[in-house]
Design a protein around this ligand. Structure first.
Ligand code: GN1
Ligand code: MG
Length: 389
């Protein structure tokens, strides 16, 4: 798991609130101690590189040391914590039921982060002032990647997402709440971008003009998945919502996918959002935070491996129409994320965490360059999808 000590991160990334590292550490210990940990806390450290919530690893004393994940939920992004937590509980119960009947694959382990309740509480989360906290189990013996280095890793990424979809395929969507209205509805993001542009005070620059022209040329594409959904060609299913590279845990020894984490965005949606997100993230070897945006390209080899892994786990649940929209999904989700970063830049960085001014504009450029690379390789990507049918 890639992580940095609190002192190496900005206050915004380290959260919670302002104050010294010592004060933050004391607050984290106070919060963690209110959960049913079953032991004494030895250490709490920042975990991962999430753009939305604040995430920490809690380690207890003892050998072997038990570990947990403590998170402060971003309630600006998720204004209905009870829905988020209800979905995570429903998903956990469903997956545990399925896993009791069947293995994820021959000789494979598959795990689900489970919620640990606060002491003496009926709810799965803790309200502390305006903050909402939760504690989950830690997936031991596993790690996540920030970028995919090999096609074998890409295959595991796809297999992990396919397994998640397969295990959830019999969970009725009515069991899941809408935790984030408008999430992955690209036409709604386009409308939000146009509103933000009309009243933005962001400084004009060459990069911003490039982005504006890039979006204007592609605005007609925005509705491709929503139209197919409205026409009944594609249907809603339980999705993860955020299956980027670093949300897929791989076994530390074998490299096999063992869990999907970061379950806030689990809700009814199109599996195409997930497949598109997994590919836009897993097929960009430079990663989404690179400064060298002009060098960003989409790697079709990794894409073929992700889709092969996905289909190995979930082929049975995909229709001919689902497959027909895979290319559109891969292009659209890269474009959509660029649009979301650009809108946040125009709005003054109110949604995604940033460490420096202009970071969301840089992130938008990376996703737009990735979109352009996908478009330039359309024929090859469509051909590899055909080969996998
Ligand atoms: C956010 O928090 P994190 O890093 O898991 C975002 C995703 C984006 C991702 C881009 C709720 O995810 O949609 O794809 O950043 N999550 C939300 O890195 O908006
Ligand atoms: Mg997330």
């Amino acid at each position: 798991m890639i992580q940095a000590p609190i002192s190496e991160r900005s206050a915004a990334m380290a959260g919670p609130g302002s104050g010294s590292v010592d004060q933050q550490g004391a607050q984290l210990r106070r919060i963690a101690a209110r959960f049913d940990l079953g032991g004494a806390i030895a250490a709490i450290e920042p975990l991962g590189n999430g753009n939305v919530n604040d995430t920490y690893r809690v380690t207890l004393s003892g050998d072997p040391a038990r570990r947990f994940v403590l998170q402060r939920l971003n309630t600006t992004v998720f204004p209905h914590p009870e829905r988020v937590m209800g979905n995570i509980a429903a998903l956990g119960n469903h997956l545990e039921g399925r896993l009791a009947q069947e293995a994820a694959g021959p000789g494979r382990r598959w795990e689900v982060p489970r919620l640990i309740a606060p002491l003496g509480a009926e709810k799965h989360w803790l309200q502390d002032g305006n903050d909402v906290w939760r504690l989950t189990t830690f997936i031991e013996g596993a790690q996540c990647l920030e970028t995919v280095a090999t096609e074998a890793q890409a295959w595991q990424l796809g297999f992990g997402l396919g397994t998640f979809h397969r295990l959830l395929s019999d969970l009725p969507i009515e069991a899941l709440a809408d935790t984030l209205e408008g999430f992955h509805i690209t036409p709604a993001y386009l409308a939000a971008y146009e509103r933000a542009l009309a009243c933005s005070t962001a400084a004009s620059c060459e990069e911003l003009s490039f982005c504006q022209a890039f979006v204007a040329e592609r605005s007609a594409l925005a509705g491709v998945l929503e139209t197919a959904k409205d026409q009944g060609v594609l249907r809603l299913r339980p999705i993860h919502g955020d299956p980027k590279v670093n949300n897929v845990m791989l076994d530390a020894a074998s490299g096999a996918a063992v869990a999907l984490v970061d379950l806030d965005t689990v809700k009814p949606g199109l599996i195409h959002y997930d497949i598109g997100d997994c590919c836009r993230s897993g097929c960009n070897p430079l990663g989404e935070e690179t400064k060298d945006w002009q060098a960003v390209c989409f790697d079709p080899g990794r894409c073929e491996a992700i889709l092969a892994g996905y289909l190995n786990a979930a082929r049975g649940s995909l229709t001919t129409e689902d497959i027909a929209y895979l290319f559109d999904a891969i292009r659209l989700i890269a474009f959509e994320l660029g649009l979301r970063f650009l809108t946040d830049h125009l709005q003054g960085d109110v949604y995604f965490k940033t460490r420096e001014a202009g970071q969301n504009l840089d992130r938008a450029l990376v996703q737009f360059q990735l979109t352009a690379s996908i478009e330039a390789q359309e024929e090859a990507i469509r051909a590899l999808i055909e080969r996998l049918r």
